[in-house]
Design a protein around this ligand. Sequence first.
Ligand SMILES: [Fe+2]
Ligand SMILES: [Fe+2]
Ligand SMILES: [Fe+2]
Length: 424
Amino acid sequence: MFTKPLNVPLIEMSMCLSNALDLVSSRVVDHHKRVAYIACSIAAEMGMPEDEREVLMLAGLLHDIGAISARDRIETLQFELENPDFHAELGYRFIRTFDLFLDVAQLVRFHHVPWDNGRGGSRLGQPVPDSSHVLHLADRIAVLIDKKREILCQTDRIKKAIRCGSGSKFVPEYVDAFIRLSEKESFWFDTVSPAISDILKAMTGTSSIVLTYDLLHGMIKLFGRIIDFRSRFTATHSSGVAATASALARMAGMKRSDCDVMRIAGYLHDLGKLAVPAEILEKPGRLSVAETNIVKNHPYHTYRIIGTVRGLDTINQWASLHHECIDGRGYPFHHCGDEISLGSRIMAVADVFTALSEDRPYRPGMSRHDALQTMQTMAGRSALDGDLVSLVGRRYGEINAMRVASQTEESGEYEEFGAGLSQA
Ligand SMILES: [Fe+2]
Ligand SMILES: [Fe+2]
Ligand SMILES: [Fe+2]
């Protein structure tokens, strides 16, 4: 049972989110981390204070969060961008929903604003933070790197392209700082290092912020949104599972702090679905074997990504084992019986209950009778825990009301969030 207080380093949690974004397309793996490294290196070269560099690092790790479909993400990697404002604005809106990230959101919002010989100091009547211009420069340096080729052979070409943009696209002093940095082979080797996560962690110094439960909860809601936003079919699924799982945990006798942890695990359970293309998530007919295999990957990815964060072991177990079955025929680990903890069993039941009961654009949610019957059949073949399914049957009204309330609240927040976005 979970007893330790939560103290999760913000930088690790942000790196975890960045890793999750990498799942969206294998072509862009490590782009966020590379940009964070280059931006912070330029900032350090210019003598920027440590606290500002930390904000810049977080913005680097998340800057393309608005480009959440694979197609959009790949577009951001082209050197000349046609309409970069949309993903920057969307990213800003995602990120600002987490209180601790207001400064980070502001940097992300303007990360494609050209310097335009000084006119880029403001945009839409608002000042553009200096760090946004550093981020812009770092992002453009990163996209000029060809990972398939030896790095030092590329530096002259990259420096030339960046120098060409000095004044028009980039702040000249920042370009100068980059040119000074680029004399060091180590700078370039770091940018393409497979150990870039460790390099970034070593750069963050001692001022790292640690997340307590409330802060972690705020950040995790942001994770849930990123997961759900990709498909209108499951637009509020994570919040429904989070509410159902914590309600069930309370009814099953877990202590309050564990019910709160269960809610966090609920928001995270489908994190690995970022690796599943939207076309598969939304495919109307039967999935092919290959497509089913891609879907089967998702709890595995959830497990590996959450596993990189210190202090989240229990959350990881509760979140990631939601497709394991009591009889060992689940996936991806084929745990069985007592190997599956109460928390993981609750998550499995909460997931199935929410998936059956929630409305989807192509069908309404199942009635009480049909949902319970389906779950009882699953319990009969040991796919779900029978005691927990009986508990759902006894307290259906209460549990379902909590699920509906959570999903309704979340979809209201979405509408607010998307208002005016098409004009952005
Ligand atoms: Fe971008
Ligand atoms: Fe799942
Ligand atoms: Fe799910």
